[in-house]
Design a protein around this ligand. Structure first.
Ligand code: FAD
Length: 544
């Protein structure tokens, strides 16, 4: 199987859309232009010669450098598809051991080379992109660090090398009767090290916890030496250094191993759907579920537009039409919103928890519907990202925005983000589909996740301008309306300009100081997360 070089996932995995879904898109977004695409061979020809001195662990082969040049953000897709990738890494290394990682960091320090740790390359914020011009760049692909090192049954702790992909790790755990329970939608390709480095959240974070709850300890190779983080169940010995590594985005070193809190496989798991008359009704129900500690494993409340779009693109036209008519009899109209929830754990508790949620939703006006909807979500949960390839081929670009905010601001901020996106397109008289859902919940608040779909232009610069026209204003809006610049995707390059405003001067200084301490030469993923001025122009190393 070959992974797509300029899109999501395996080349052979497709997400065909039925004619009715295409008509739905055309009705909302218009028909798209025919847009020429750059071929792999054309883009390969644009990869320049490498500026790295030779090293036995480094490949300067152009194909590897092209395949590691960009991630999965919309600007990345625009660059890859148009063949306008502005910069490529000068080399790619594939370490097999902590010792290899160590010697590559030494090599980078001694030769003033910038080093980008690379997990699965699924970043949506430019985390793994080469952009620095003043020094050669080495991408360190950690995919060969993919072993299970230890499974401590009595403590339910599993130690893995960091480059292991989610799907592979979960398969290995399942074979031994365990699960990590961390299921980001990128699960097929994203890696353990990448999850830790970006503070990722999985779809069932409500039950299993986000990565910060699962990460018990690890090993980090930094430019000044090895940092060991022992796996204590808890500790009052000063601030917790694990929190420093969580979200460090390759700036503080390379995570080579991680000890994770795993659980026995659940006896039972089911996913169910409930419809509400409108979004506010659903929010009230969810808040009560969360604040009364009902142990569901997942909650996801779509707004009316996401509900409609999901049903329209599902390809189950007749069933949806029948369901819509039936729900109309109960007063559910165009503002209806769908809640999906999961129940995971002991079989003897499952039915009771499901019925508790149904009862509470009914009390708020909700209507439980056929289990087919929850089942369909479960089956397609990791396939949905492939839809982005199909949309792109049909002429539409897709981007997502996310934040977290306390309950007091959830409704207003979600509405304002959508209005800001909408108005950026209206100003140019261009169509857009913008919708959202809430999918990670806390007693004090929730994450907001917004999807934006709009027509691409035959000119990639114009497509990029359409993206910039809403991305900047929405990021500002989030910061000024009590939201965090990211709940789960991290900072990367795209959010770096906003981090100082969120952390404050002193908070930002603390992070910069950690970076300067662990990485005095400033070689680790510069420009990601922190924008600081300490990078003196490094001397160029040339083999020519
Ligand atoms: C379709 C799609 C769906 C997604 N769904 C989710 C989701 O549900 N939840 C979620 O949280 N995110 C999601 N993401 C975002 C992305 O998958 C996460 O940010 C993920 O954690 C990145 O992991 P990765 O292994 O691909 O890391 P990469 O993209 O390779 O790297 C990300 C950052 O981590 C650093 N890094 C990677 N490995 C290491 C290491 N071993 N040591 C030090 N630094 C390292 C890199 O330098 C970089 O700064 C999604 C992305 C896509 C494209």
């Amino acid at each position: 199987m070959t992974r797509r070089w300029n899109g999501w996932g395996e080349q052979d995995t497709l997400y065909p859309l039925p004619e009715s879904a295409i008509q739905y898109l055309q009705t909302h977004l218009g028909t798209s232009e025919t847009i020429p695409e750059a071929s792999f061979e054309e883009v390969l020809r644009s990869v320049p010669d490498s500026n790295l001195p030779s090293h036995p662990l480094i490949s300067i082969e152009k194909e590897a450098r092209l395949r590691h040049a960009r991630g999965q953000s919309l600007p990345d897709w625009i660059e890859m598809h148009s063949g306008r990738i502005s910069q490529f890494p000068d080399g790619v290394s594939y370490p097999h051991s902590d010792q290899d990682v160590h010697s590559l960091i030494d090599f980078a320090q001694n030769n003033s080379v910038h080093l980008i740790p690379y997990g699965g390359g699924t970043s949506v914020l430019g985390h793994i992109n080469t952009t620095q011009e003043q020094a050669p760049t080495l991408t360190m692909d950690l995919s060969n660090l993919d072993r299970l090192i230890d499974l401590d049954d009595s403590s339910a702790l599993a130690t893995f090398e960091s480059g292991i992909r989610g799907l592979v790790m979960e398969t290995q755990l399942r074979a031994r009767g365990y699960t990590l329970g961390h299921f980001p939608q990128s699960f097929e390709f994203s890696t353990l090290g990448g999850w830790i480095a970006t503070r990722s959240s999985g779809q069932q974070s409500y039950y299993y916890g986000s990565i910060e709850d699962l990460f018990a300890g690890g090993v980090i190779e930094t430019p000044i030496g090895t940092l060991q983080l022992p796996a204590f169940p808890a500790s009052a010995a000063g601030p917790d250094l694990r929190q420093v590594i969580l979200g460090s985005e390759g700036r503080f070193g390379v995570i080579t191993r991680a000890t994770m809190r795993v659980r026995p496989l659940p006896e039972a798991e089911g996913f169910y759907a409930v419809f509400f008359h409108e979004w506010e009704e659903g929010i009230r129900a969810i808040r009560e579920i969360v604040q009364s500690d009902i142990p569901v494993s997942m909650l996801r409340l779509n707004d009316a537009q996401e509900t409609e779009t999901t049903l329209a693109l599902s390809g189950k036209g007749h069933l949806v039409a029948w369901g819509t008519r039936a729900m109309g009899l109960f007063g559910f109209g165009s503002e209806r919103c769908m809640l999906l929830f999961g129940v995971t754990g002991l079989s003897r508790n499952s039915g009771r928890i499901r019925d508790l949620v149904y009862g509470l939703c009914r009390a708020h006006g909700g209507l439980p519907v056929v289990e087919l909807i929850g089942d369909t979500w479960r089956k397609s949960r990791f396939l949905t990202p492939y839809l982005r390839n199909t949309l792109w081929e049909k002429g539409y670009a897709l981007d997502t925005l996310e934040t977290a905010v306390s309950w007091k601001y959830v409704t207003s901020l979600a509405a304002e983000i959508k209005a800001t996106v909408q108005s950026s397109f209206e100003q140019r008289n261009e169509p857009v589909l913008v919708f959202g859902h809430l999918s990670h919940f806390y007693r004090d608040g929730a994450s907001i996740y917004i999807t934006v779909i709009f027509p691409r232009s035959s000119d990639p610069e114009i497509t990029l301008l359409r993206w910039k026209a809403f991305k900047g204003p929405v990021s500002q809006l989030i910061l000024t309306h009590q939201g965090t610049i990211s709940h789960q995707h991290g900072v990367g390059r795209d959010h770096a300009p906003y981090l100082k405003a969120e952390k404050g001067q002193i908070g930002y200084e603390i992070l910069s100081t950690i970076s300067k301490t662990l990485d005095p030469e400033g070689i680790m993923n510069p420009g990601v997360m922190l924008i600081d001025e300490r990078y003196r122009p490094l001397k160029m190393v040339s083999t020519r």
